[in-house]
Write a protein that binds this ligand. Structure first.
Ligand SMILES: Nc1ncnc2c1ncn2[C@@H]1O[C@H](COP(=O)(O)OP(=O)(O)OP(=O)(O)O)[C@@H](O)[C@H]1O
Length: 363
């Protein structure tokens, strides 16, 4: 044999993870290396879902292995393993859910729900098990955006079964009450209904639960940010100054309760005329990018103000499901991958590893 396992690892270390900028050897993603004569086999385990990335990654790793003289057959098995990450101190993880991602905005109407549903669909398209929780008491839009309706079923009379649409497990405050009723709820009632929605749904083995938060930074939002076990939050804003001011309040709220901000999405960043293709910054240019920089947070991407985004969401088939290979879907998928990578970089959840200590009185 002309090469050793060490030689192979050194060759593989030349391939970088495009999302983390690190190689797969130093991050211990390369495992189970087997060398037999000129044949090599190894596994690569990623911490985030990356179906669309696998073919390119595989060819890069094979090419890297083949730079070693004597290497003949190369077999690579690339998988993703998504683990649970830490949440706010003193808050328990939800059964059946590894990571909860809040999608929030400081102000209504900026496209938070549209972003949440497309983000969930994009994570699912990349191979993750994903749920979507519509906690927007003041305007639940997931029933429309996912074409779901009716009271949730319950098998045991206690927990609600999520509805399944486009591969997502979904529960919405809109399934439980009609919109007009929810609108007039006072804070404690809304908080109680939301708690029920969050705690009493039987999520089935989810890697990510995307939560469409109520817009704003009032008591209901603060209670949720404190009580729901959140791995992190994604802030959606438009580039208008007024939306940016509100987005800052949202960031401060999550920081106050020690929920990491995974990044900022700028929605309706630029209007592209469907007739002539002319691009116009209706709400100002690069406001979101500048804000992300000044707050030292990741800028996840920008979505254009585009008729098809609204039409597809309103017709119950959001863009990532309706046109998975379009430019807009590519942006959503890119954002989703950045979010998943950012989640993977958070500290692990160790709460399940520690034994529960019970103190009993000896009689
Ligand atoms: N990038 C976009 N281009 C065009 N229309 C969009 C875009 N993003 C969202 N919309 C549309 O704007 C409207 C508001 O979006 P959405 O409901 O997602 O906002 P929201 O922030 O969740 O609002 P609310 O705070 O009321 O829940 C919807 O009709 C949606 O289809």
């Amino acid at each position: 044999m002309a090469f050793t396992e060490q030689d192979l690892l050194a060759a593989l270390a030349s391939v970088q993870d495009p999302h983390t900028g690190k190689d797969f050897v130093s991050t211990r993603a390369v495992r189970n290396v087997q060398v037999e004569g000129g044949d090599v086999a190894f596994d690569v385990e990623l911490g985030y879902p990356a179906k669309s990335l696998i073919p390119e990654l595989r060819s890069q790793l094979i090419a890297a292995a083949r730079t070693l003289p004597g290497v003949q057959n190369v077999s690579v098995n690339i998988t993703s393993k998504i683990i649970a990450h830490a949440v706010q101190r003193g808050v328990q993880l939800l059964p059946g859910v590894k990571n909860i991602i809040a999608v929030a905005s400081g102000k209504g109407g900026v496209g938070k729900s549209t972003t949440a549903v497309n983000l969930a669909l994009a994570l699912s398209a990349e191979g993750a098990r994903v749920g979507l929780l519509d906690a927007d008491v003041y305007g639940p839009s997931m029933p429309t955006m996912t074409r779901t309706s009716g009271k949730p079923d319950s098998v045991d009379g206690k927990l609600m079964e999520p509805k399944v649409s486009m591969g997502l497990q979904i529960n919405s405050i809109g399934f439980l009450v009609d919109e007009a009723q929810a609108m007039i709820w006072r804070g404690p009632m809304a908080s109680q209904a939301l708690e029920q929605l969050i705690m009493q749904t039987r999520w089935d083995n989810l890697d990510y639960l995307v939560v469409d938060m109520p817009p704003g930074t009032g008591d209901i939002q603060l209670t949720m940010a404190q009580k729901v076990p959140l791995t992190g939050a994604v802030i959606v804003t438009t580039p208008q100054d007024i939306a940016l001011i509100d987005a800052k309040k949202g960031i401060t709220m999550f920081q106050k309760v020690s929920v990491p901000i995974l990044g900022l999405v700028e929605n309706m960043a630029v209007h592209v005329c469907s007739n002539c293709g002319h691009a116009e910054h209706i709400f100002g240019a690069e406001g979101g990018k500048r804000m992300a920089e000044s707050y030292d947070m990741d800028y996840l991407g920008a979505l254009p103000l585009k008729m098809s985004i609204r039409e597809q969401a309103d017709s119950g088939q959001p863009t990532v499901a309706a046109e998975p290979d379009s430019e807009v879907s590519r942006i959503y998928k890119d954002i989703a991958r950045k979010v998943a990578v950012k989640v993977a970089q958070q500290s692990k959840d160790f709460s399940s590893k520690f034994p529960t200590i019970t103190i009993s009185k000896k009689s």
